[in-house]
Design a protein around this ligand. Structure first.
Ligand SMILES: NC(=O)C1=CN([C@@H]2O[C@H](COP(=O)(O)OP(=O)(O)OC[C@H]3O[C@@H](n4cnc5c(N)ncnc54)[C@H](OP(=O)(O)O)[C@@H]3O)[C@@H](O)[C@H]2O)C=CC1
Ligand SMILES: C[C@H]1O[C@H](OP(=O)(O)OP(=O)(O)OC[C@H]2O[C@@H](n3cnc4c(=O)[nH]c(N)nc43)[C@H](O)[C@@H]2O)[C@@H](O)[C@@H](O)C1=O
Length: 318
């Protein structure tokens, strides 16, 4: 078991999924910690391949691991690619957690998600509500794989004393997001749709669902800061929720994004598209007791995310 506080300075730290939205935010934040950062492209080691993962871990022997590689997407991706979301996420978690254990890794952080909680669990969602009820159907395969990952980290801790911890981030957004029109999450989808409508002069933009579901959104650089804080100071089998503690309806959120992007036309709703979970607000009291809170407001975060979208797609705001 690693000692707490856990020192990142001078350690070999592996960020699995370093090119993703969360992984790249972790890389930015870890640059301040004086660690030796280890990464590997998927073309070299596909984390679904157990033999490749074992060989890489045996060669590099990371002392700390952030397991931020996963098959990830929005509500339609989760609901369509159901086999891949279950298979890939189970394989990645199993391979990386076992290889970390077998190669003397001192500390590992596993990334769950707020969708592991039952669809109708009491709000705000407490960490101990995991496995107390039925899951949301649109993301059940992903949630089952993530719950298995949480249980794996917990089992290696109880059987072998491994210092493996699990965090449950709320819905995230920011630089490095995926802007696919069907498979992205709502933040990236609406930034892109409102921006394109502004450029084309469209008079109306469609937002999926009824607009009634509520979501909590956390800027990804805040998430990375929380993760570094917990990696250094937290060592316990209980999950830790990471969020802002505030939520907003999708209809209100769409108006926030439209205003920041500068789209002034109508917003309509398409109830034939899935709403998903009615509400997903995290109880962040454990995180607050552990000494961390988010600092980026939703307005500031969406402004930063819009700038990132423009620069990543090489466009001007107009
Ligand atoms: N985005 C969100 O709103 C939320 C995310 N999370 C969790 O945070 C973590 C990171 O998510 P996020 O950054 O958004 O996702 P991204 O899709 O942006 O990044 C995922 C990363 O995982 C890598 N990856 C996927 N499959 C494989 C594979 N088979 N082998 C090697 N690498 C692979 C990708 O590699 P490549 O670059 O090659 O594609 C990419 O770097 C995940 O565990 C996710 O469940 C939790 C809550 C909310
Ligand atoms: C992070 C989280 O992400 C997923 O769960 P989700 O919270 O439902 O994520 P979402 O961002 O895709 O949608 C949020 C809400 O927004 C509405 N919505 C409106 N218009 C668009 C739209 O254009 N695109 C999308 N994607 N959603 C839209 C949409 O109908 C829904 O009501 C899970 O895969 C889950 O596994 C998970 O971990």
């Amino acid at each position: 078991m690693a000692s707490t506080p856990f020192e990142l300075k001078g350690k070999r730290v592996f960020v699995a999924g370093h090119r993703g939205m969360v992984g790249s935010a972790l890389m930015r934040r870890l640059a301040r910690e004086g660690s030796e950062l280890l990464t590997v492209p998927r073309s070299e080691v596909d984390l679904r391949n157990q033999a490749a993962v074992n060989a890489w871990f045996a060669a590099k022997r990371p002392q700390a691991v952030f397991l931020a590689a996963a098959k990830v997407g929005g509500i339609v991706a989760n609901n369509t690619l159901r086999a891949e979301f279950l298979h890939d996420n189970l394989a990645i978690s199993t391979n990386v957690i076992q290889a970390a254990h077998a190669n003397g890794c001192e500390k590992l952080m596993f990334f769950g998600s707020s969708c592991i909680y039952p669809r109708l669990a009491p709000q705000p969602l407490r960490e101990d509500s995991m496995l107390t009820g039925a899951l949301e159907q649109t993301n059940e395969p992903y949630a089952i794989a993530k719950i298995a990952g949480v249980k794996m980290a917990e089992a290696y801790r109880s059987q072998y004393g491994s210092d493996f911890i699990s965090v449950m981030p709320t819905n995230l957004y920011g630089p490095g997001d995926n802007y696919h029109p069907e498979y992205s999450h709502v933040v990236a989808a609406l930034i892109r749709r409102f921006h394109e409508a502004k450029l084309s002069g469209a008079s109306s933009v469609v937002v999926w669902g009824t607009g009634m579901p509520r979501r909590e959104f956390l800027y990804v650089d805040d998430l990375a800061d929380a993760c570094i804080h917990l990696m250094k100071t937290y060592s316990s089998p209980e999950l830790v929720n990471i969020g802002t503690g505030e939520d907003i309806t999708i209809a209100e959120f769409a108006r926030v994004v439209a205003a920041i992007v500068g789209y002034r036309g109508e917003i309509s709703f398409d109830p034939t598209r899935p709403d998903g979970t009615p509400r997903k607000l995290l109880d962040i009291s454990r995180l607050a007791r552990l000494g961390w809170r988010a600092t980026t407001s939703l307005d500031d975060g969406i402004r930063l995310a819009y700038q990132a979208y423009l620069s990543e797609t090489k466009q001007a705001a107009e």
